[in-house]
Design a protein around this ligand. Structure first.
Ligand code: SF4
Length: 981
């Protein structure tokens, strides 16, 4: 048996249960990664025994991965924090010297500080969270506080994927939608890490391959999913957009496109103004007052329906909505035309055709490293499978214009893509190019293609405006809208009259206008510089900003410690909430010990990121299956308590009393709209209503009795074509998922992007960017997708740094969460730089040898492994395996610190720009450009120390941290094959 510092025991798996032992199985939802599988937690006498997959859960159907089964070791991790901690007076940040304090004292400190900020200048409080799953609550907290300085991790994860797709097709991959592998015949996966959408993807891929489907993986590295692909097409990082442009070139040139789909369901036939001026590049519209009244004014993504098409039979312009798709109308996709008032116009598809004309396979081959002949073959495979192997399902549906379609057209080509495309400074336009490619093949929400998951599709542009008016940041006043959203025009940017940013992370400013997920990676740098202003308190939840979650890790650690001339820290108060002693905890002024996922209530809400399936909405919960360890408190409870003490209007009754006793009470009773709450199952007083209904006091019990998940099956007529499916659009509006029930035409051409470009070119009268940003906006806000080299290339000596360097998460670990997990550490205790043998040999480094990896920003020393499974121009390693000495309660000299390393030391969080610097991010969305760095490698000298570099001073164990007994150390050593005392 294992003994732990807290005196609790883990069972001996070989012992027979005592006759009187009570065994129990409780269901809840896994959180060993973000996929949210259903699990069964097996308990004996209330103690955790083992975890397996829940066969009755729709997401994973009983499957569990190595991480999920290892949750038991997370629960008893030696790195667990167990009590609130205050930095010792006189100690320095980073030294990790704390004194334990009570929760009451913790709340007093926080309430006093936050009350003062809220009643004076609310924006001096910033709340940034990592890969949490409660943004509906954290966002509400920030909004009620009155600060715009809020975001979750998306800006440094995959906002390019979300925004690039949502601004084009109204949905995206993973929680928002995905490949229909049940009906696809060809599956193309691009830039996807080993664990994205983990168990559901593995289940679907297994079925797909057994059914004879063809699987092509396009990736610089062949690992994980790519290892079971029928074909691996290696590609150079950051060049996927060039491949998509060449594929579009070929498909359009060979007419391997779905013309009826493009005409009826996209803005391909809509006429774009070609004449210079304030309407240049925007859609032509019908100025008739009746048309304006009926279909709205034109000009931004909020009003997409007053547009014109060129009707070929009549040789005249007609309204695109609704006449353009009326019987007898045949809108042109190609050509140039002149309107009655002399305005020159062309269908947007004509402009796309012209855009991709020079993007030949030879052009793309030189950029991507993929031979031109292979690109040509891929285009043929895509086009022929989508069009010539198409079939129809006998499912009748009616479109938004009342036309009955007796069958549903399948397009059996499915794609899946993720961070490999997104984490580049050209990622937004790359993702746009992919979405356009999927659209010309007619695969959007079609059987066998890409399918949405409720509440998607969203309107294009989604009807969620981010807070943007600095005049409305007022003491003791909630914001008039949520801090995050989707801007539709320059008028919706969060900027002061001089164009400077309203937010501390510069999100929604002219620097990164469509930063829909915020820019967490900018916060510490900007707050340290006081750019655009100083903040007082930064609260970070579950984000390891002092280590693997920051670019330029060492500099960020220094910033956290930086002081003003008067001796005060530049970021005066840093609050860190985490369940474990991460590297960032050492820098906190106040530490809030969080619970594990087995000890708390959680919701995967339709208001946030639910786990919906293609055939209907699904939400789920976690319920506590174990009591909290020590004094750990769920962060949700901390927020409810603070919101109540600070008397936020949404959390306080008219009489000034607190409205919600705790988080479960909040979840049951909070309604952003009448009948709509955080959970959609078992609503109504007696729990008989679903999706919409009055609060049900027994809702948690009902979820707990039903595997912690609620699934609603839509009728078959609502399974497909939901951008235009009348029944679904009406239903979605009724259930509060959409504000309007109008169709969502795919935006092959984005007039929203063009509205920013016109402002930058000085052609419109409204808001215009500061001078130094005009050219940047005009270049990257192109209404049609295009490929450009990652921005870092332009300030890098590419001959001196010839290699791309990238990371990915391993299948067995999620970010930095699992280095304290005794079972998972045995799979990855350290990492290597993976290099193609040809590249390693050219650099004179042997397999297993020590080497230096250098970028223009920094260098790391590490061990190298040769591998044929990486294209020769790329080196890569696992993300977040390397750890700081002493963090996560790893033993002194642990492999993670001595042999593990981070590539983050090679990456800069800023790039030179206009005589100063700017965030190393996508210029459209602010997505961190993690994968843009260029490096070179050389052998380490024979007499060099054989440990990774850089190293940092070890931090001591935090008071109350669970730690290890000698017995546990012996057990770990036993597992590592070492002799024990
Ligand atoms: S895939 Fe993720 S959520 Fe599912 S069992 Fe594994 S760790 Fe848990």
């Amino acid at each position: 048996m294992f003994d732990f510092a807290n005196g609790r025991r883990l069972h001996d798996p070989t012992a027979s249960p005592a006759p009187e032992a009570t065994t129990e199985i409780k269901t809840t939802t896994c959180y060993m990664c973000a996929c949210r599988c259903g699990i069964r937690v097996h308990l004996r006498d209330g103690e955790l025994r083992y975890i397996d997959g829940n066969p009755d859960h729709p997401l994973n159907q009983g499957v569990i991965c190595a991480k999920g089964a290892s949750g038991i070791m997370k629960q008893v991790s030696p790195a667990r924090l167990t009590q609130p901690l205050l930095r010792k007076a006189g100690s320095e940040r980073g030294a990790g010297e704390f004194e334990p304090i009570s929760w009451e004292r913790t709340f007093e400190i926080l309430t006093e500080r936050l009350q003062k900020i809220r009643s004076t200048d609310p924006k001096q409080f910033a709340l940034f969270t990592g890969r949490d799953q409660m943004q509906a609550l954290t966002g509400l907290f920030a909004r009620q506080f009155g600060t715009p300085n809020y975001a979750a991790h998306g800006g440094f994860c995959s906002v390019n994927m979300a925004a690039g797709m949502i601004y084009t097709i109204g949905g995206s991959f993973w929680e928002f939608g995905g490949p229909d592998l049940d009906r696809a015949k060809l599956f193309v996966m691009i830039g996807t890490a080993e664990d994205h959408h983990s168990n559901p993807m593995k289940i679907a891929l297994s079925k797909f391959k057994r059914a004879g489907g063809r699987f092509i993986s396009i990736n610089p590295v062949r690992t994980g999913y790519s290892a079971i692909a029928d074909e691996w097409i290696p590609i150079k990082p950051g060049t996927d957009g060039a491949l998509f442009m060449a594929l579009l070139h070929l498909l359009i040139a060979q007419d391997l496109i779905d013309r009826p789909f493009l005409k009826r369901f996209t803005n391909a036939p809509q006429l774009v103004v070609l004449d210079e001026g304030h309407r240049e590049g925007l859609f032509a519209f019908d100025p008739d007052p009746a048309a304006m009244a009926e279909r709205g004014p034109p000009g931004d993504g909020r009003h997409p329906h007053n547009k014109l098409v060129w009707d070929l039979p009549s040789g005249s312009a007609k309204a695109a909505y609704p006449e353009g798709i009326a019987n007898g109308c045949d809108p042109a996709l190609e050509g140039h035309y002149t309107l009655a008032d002399g305005t020159r116009v062309a269908p947007s598809f004509q402009l796309l055709r012209e855009r991709v004309a020079p993007c030949t396979p030879a052009w793309a081959a030189a950029i991507t490293g993929i031979p031109a002949a292979r690109i040509e073959k891929l285009a043929r495979e895509l086009g022929q499978t989508a069009l010539q192997q198409a079939f129809e399902l006998p499912i009748a549906w009616t479109d938004a214009w009342g036309k009955l379609h007796p069958t549903t057209q399948a397009r059996p080509v499915a794609f899946h893509a993720m961070r490999g495309l997104a984490a580049h400074s050209n990622g937004f336009q790359t993702v746009r190019a992919l979405a356009v490619l999927m659209s010309v093949l007619g695969t959007i929400d079609a059987p066998g293609g890409f399918r949405h998951k409720a509440p998607y599709p969203r309107h294009i542009v989604p009807n969620y405006r981010a807070f943007n008016d600095p005049e409305l940041i007022k003491p003791n006043t909630p914001l008039n809208s949520a801090p995050l959203g989707f801007p539709a025009s320059p008028d919706e940017l969060a900027v002061y009259p001089d164009g400077s940013p309203v937010r501390i992370d510069h999100a929604f400013s002219w620097e990164h206008p469509l930063s829909a997920h915020g820019m967490m990676h900018n916060v510490i740098t900007n707050a340290s510089k006081g750019d655009p202003y100083r903040i007082d308190t930064l609260l970070i939840l579950m984000a390891n900003m002092a280590w693997n979650s920051s670019m330029n890790t060492m500099a960020v650690r220094q910033m956290l410690n930086k002081k003003n001339a008067d001796g005060d820290y530049q970021i005066p108060f840093l609050v860190v909430c985490d369940a474990f002693q991460s590297e960032t905890v050492a820098f906190a002024d106040l530490v809030l010990p969080d619970t594990t996922y087995l000890e708390r209530h959680d919701v995967m809400s339709m208001l946030d990121r639910p786990i919906s399936e293609f055939d209907g909405p699904v939400d789920s919960v976690r319920v506590p299956v174990l009591p909290p360890t020590g004094q750990c408190k769920p962060f949700q409870e901390v927020l409810i308590e603070l919101a109540s003490r600070l008397k936020f209007p949404a959390f306080t009754t008219a009489a000034g009393e607190r409205k919600f006793s705790d988080y479960p009470d909040f979840v049951v009773n909070f309604e952003p709209q009448p009948g709509i709450g955080f959970l959609m199952g078992w609503r109504g007083k007696d729990g008989t209503e679903h999706l919409r209904g009055a609060p049900n006091p027994k809702q948690w019990e009902m979820y707990a009795k039903n595997n912690c998940v609620f699934q609603h099956h839509l009728p078959e007529t609502m399974h497909y074509m939901r951008n235009w499916n009348r029944a679904y659009l009406d239903f979605a509006k009724d259930k509060g998922w959409r504000q309007k029930n109008d169709p969502v035409q795919l935006a092959l051409y984005s007039d929203t992007l063009q509205s920013f470009r016109l402002a930058a070119q000085g052609k419109t009268a409204g808001r215009q960017p500061p001078e130094h940003l005009r050219e940047r906006i005009a270049t990257y806000f192109d209404p049609l997708p295009f490929w450009y080299p990652p921005l870092e290339d332009s300030c890098t000596d590419l001959a001196a740094y010839p290699l791309n360097a990238i990371t990915q998460r391993p299948m067995a670990m999620y970010h930095s969460w699992d280095s304290q997990n005794a079972w998972l550490r045995q799979i990855h205790s350290h990492n290597y730089l993976q290099v193609n043998p040809v590249t390693a040999q050219a650099a004179g480094i042997e397999d297993g040898g020590w080497c230096w990896v250098e970028s223009q920003w920094g260098k790391v020393r590490c061990m190298l492994r040769t591998s044929e499974a990486v294209e020769p121009g790329t080196v890569w390693t696992w993300n977040a395996i390397g750890k700081a000495d002493g963090a996560w309660q790893l033993a002194p000299g642990a492999d993670e610190a001595r042999k593990g390393f981070l590539l983050n030391h090679l990456i800069s969080e800023e790039l030179p720009f206009a005589g100063g610097t700017i965030s190393n991010s996508d210029p459209v969305t602010g997505q961190a450009g993690w994968y843009d760095v260029r490096v070179r490698i050389r052998p380490a000298e024979p007499d060099e120390e054989q440990i990774t570099s850089p190293q940092v001073a070890a931090t001591p164990p935090a008071p109350g941290v669970m730690g290890l007994t000698q017995r546990m150390k012996n057990t770990l050593a036993y597992f590592a094959g070492q002799k024990t005392s």
